[in-house]
Design a protein around this ligand. Structure first.
Ligand code: PLP
Length: 367
């Protein structure tokens, strides 16, 4: 996607460009008077818009609309499930894969982080061994696709293993929709979480799919909205935007085309620099993500040079000093600090063209 000043946006996993029709839907909803909890005509109209959006989101995900609880995004959705299950006493212990997003990983004792192999997939044998001795009710959190490498996790196998031990599964599916053709519900997870801004919707809205009757103690207490699961006046414009983005994603996403472009990009990167390392290529990935290291040039240096040349990409995670820390995901895959510290993530999407990627490779090759 070339933005107005000819910048090229290759950071869809951070946030995807909002669909113009979503901007229109949100701005229209912003102008609508009424609180969805009010029984008068205005309130009922806002309620109707929210329920239409719930229906659209449920269709994209492939679940009954009644299982969807809106939240302020993926972070709140993950937190609601984890804290909610702990606080209700439904689970006593939490485990997660070592490569989860911080909104999951930082809730979990590091001793309960399950390793991944060098392809970036959770080690099922280790999981099996760790869960064998597990007595107390527990929650296992594993993401559908890693945001940094795009590597897909064997969720069905994890769900089977965990359910055999009487545990529950939270699957962070934030990076899934529009980037894979997976059937989310067949993953067997008890809770699934999503975020609108990763699919061309507004930032600050997401949802949980409750595929379990387990008791969740709400983390937000108040007016009892969202069937007592998430109090607070609904973010009606955000929800309407999420619904519109879900409809557009269902209608327009072309996973095959995006993965072809990504493969073409990776071939060109390796042709330009044969010693470049692309992570997670051996396993199954979502369609749009490439994580690549060039030895001897730090991620930060690459990012700055690329930014100056007009390209938006990302790397690792920025810490409070503004420095980029090597990615915990790559480190968990057994990559050395030095190599992890020279990796960048390129994530493409519906508006990316081959000519943009060609320009990118040309500049990248000079770094
Ligand atoms: N989970 C994953 C895998 C993510 O990539 C992100 C965002 O980058 C989140 C959760 C958090 O979502 P949000 O930005 O909606 O809070």
């Amino acid at each position: 996607m070339a933005t107005d000043n000819q910048r090229i946006y290759l950071d869809y996993n951070a946030t995807a460009p909002i669909f113009p029709d979503v901007v229109q839907a949100v701005s229209q909803a912003l102008g609508n008077l009424g609180n969805a909890s009010s029984i008068h005509t205005e309130g009922r109209s806002v309620r109707g818009a929210i329920e239409d959006a719930r229906d659209s989101v449920s269709k994209l995900i492939g679940v009954p609309a009644s299982t969807i609880v809106f939240s302020s995004g993926g972070t709140e959705a993950n937190t609601t499930v984890i804290r909610g299950l702990i606080n209700s006493g439904a689970v006593h212990e939490i485990f997660c894969s070592a490569i989860e997003h911080p909104s999951v990983r930082d809730h979990v004792n590091p001793e309960h982080h399950i390793p991944v192999d060098n392809r970036g997939q959770i080690d099922l044998e280790q999981l099996h061994n760790i869960l064998r001795g597990q007595e107390a009710p527990f929650l296992m959190c594993v993401m559908l696709a890693n945001n940094e490498t795009g590597v897909l996790q064997p969720i069905r196998d994890v769900s089977t293993l965990v359910h055999e031990r009487g545990g529950l599964v939270l699957c962070d599916c934030v990076q899934g929709p529009g980037k894979s053709d997976l059937d989310f519900i067949s993953l067997g997870a008890d809770f699934l979480t999503f975020s609108a801004h990763k699919i061309g919707g507004p930032q600050g809205i997401g949802c949980i799919v409750m595929n379990s009757n387990s008791e969740l103690e709400p983390i937000l207490i108040g007016g009892g909205q969202e069937k007592e699961r998430r109090s607070g006046t609904e973010n009606a414009p955000g929800i309407v935007g999420f619904g519109a983005a879900a409809r557009l994603t269902a209608e327009t996403s072309n996973v095959g085309k995006v993965s072809e472009l990504r493969d073409q990009l990776e071939a060109a990167l390796l042709e330009a620099k044969s010693d470049a390392i692309i992570f997670g290529r051996e396993g199954e990935r979502i369609a749009n993500t490439t994580n690549v290291a060039i030895l001897g040039t730090s991620s930060e240096r690459q990012l700055i040079k690329l930014d100056l040349a007009g390209f938006a990409v990302s790397a690792g995670s920025a810490c409070s000093s503004g420095k980029i820390a090597p990615s915990h995901v790559l480190l968990a895959m057994g990559v050395s600090e030095e190599i992890a510290g020279s990796a960048i993530r390129i994530s493409i999407g519906r508006e990316t063209s081959w000519s943009e990627l060609e320009k990118f490779v040309e500049i990248w090759a000079t770094l």
